[in-house]
Design a binder for this molecule. Structure first.
Ligand SMILES: NC(=O)c1ccc[n+]([C@@H]2O[C@H](COP(=O)([O-])OP(=O)(O)OC[C@H]3O[C@@H](n4cnc5c(N)ncnc54)[C@H](OP(=O)(O)O)[C@@H]3O)[C@@H](O)[C@H]2O)c1
Length: 275
């Protein structure tokens, strides 16, 4: 293999797998990173454009391992999509230090160091683009989600300085901030904590429904390619309208509607009173 590649972390499942599949379908080269070698080989082993790279991103030498694989097989990185991650819900008082370190290592430290490697070694193609995957958890918070939310907050803190430092080199860095996406992570961790009724209640807060990995891959694809060539340092929220639900409930709730009608005559009288 030679030429340019896209490094996609979390490629063995959910969003990362959908992004990798999209790129490979167009004949673009992908370095598919995750821990489970067997799953990577099942998904990509037969594809001549894919390089399976089983690496645990918690390990201190993870960046060196990924960088070495890229250097050995390709000329440079054209795209970097950081979709590896996990959730570890626990009340604040029960968050173990080790779990918090693991969360920060995978979600925030790895992309910071990998972008640093791209900058330091100039190991990137012209017009290269990086996409970091964040979560509404960093914006809204929820009980039992402090460590995960803090790690995602760190990802978003990284976004602007990295984008600013890399812009003069022609490398763009953007982030997608996701609401609930129906992936194994959501099903295995979050759904296992909530009752069927709670999950149904969450769903009602998504006017456009929960996301799918393919819908997220569409957005990531936009950030990776020419259509977004003038965009960097931005967080795009993709949440199926989740953040509109307060606005929706405020305007359409019966009480607000009644008080709004009650308020109308006052608004109409204002001009007559010279106000
Ligand atoms: N699903 C949602 O509702 C949602 C919402 C907001 C944000 N997100 C974010 O979206 C990203 C993708 O999540 P997903 O929903 O697609 O989850 P997923 O289906 O569980 O996929 C997670 C991926 O991360 C990899 N991974 C986890 N720990 C790793 C480690 N230590 N080293 C290397 N790879 C590791 C997993 O591969 P291996 O197990 O093979 O290592 C897997 O490929 C995550 O950053 C997540 O926080 C998801």
């Amino acid at each position: 293999m030679s030429g340019f590649c896209h490094v996609v972390t979390g490629a063995s499942s959910g969003i990362g797998a959908a992004v990798a599949a999209r790129l490979l379908a167009r004949g673009e080269s992908v370095v598919a990173v995750a821990r489970r070698k067997d799953v990577l080989e099942k998904l990509y082993g037969a594809n001549p454009h894919a390089l399976c790279l089983p690496v645990d991103l918690e390990l201190p030498d993870a960046v060196e391992r990924v960088a070495a694989a890229v250097k050995n097989r390709f000329d440079a990185v054209r795209g970097f999509v950081h979709a590896a991650g996990f959730a570890a819900p626990a009340p604040l008082g029960l968050v173990k230090g080790d779990t918090a370190h693991r969360l920060f290592s995978v979600h925030a430290l790895f992309p910071m160091q990998f972008l640093g490697w791209m900058a330091k070694r100039a190991n990137h193609a012209d017009g290269a683009s990086a996409v970091l995957v964040s979560s509404l958890a960093a914006h809204e918070g929820a009980c039992g989600n402090a460590a995960y939310a803090a790690a995602k907050g760190a990802v978003e803190g990284l976004l602007k300085p990295a984008a600013a430092e890399l812009a003069p080199r022609g490398v763009r860095v953007n982030a997608v901030v996701l609401g609930i996406v129906d992936t194994p992570m959501f099903r295995e961790s979050l759904m296992s904590l909530g009752t069927q009724e709670q999950v149904a209640a969450w769903r009602t807060r998504y006017p456009l429904g929960f996301g799918t990995p393919e819908k997220v891959a569409d957005i990531v694809d936009f950030f990776l390619h020419e259509a977004s060539a003038w965009v960097t340092g931005q967080c795009l929220v993709a949440d199926g309208g989740r953040q509109l639900t307060w606005a929706l409930s405020a305007w359409f709730s019966h009480n607000t509607y009644v008080s709004f009608i009650g308020y109308l005559p006052k608004i109409c009288l204002l001009p007559e009173q010279g106000l």
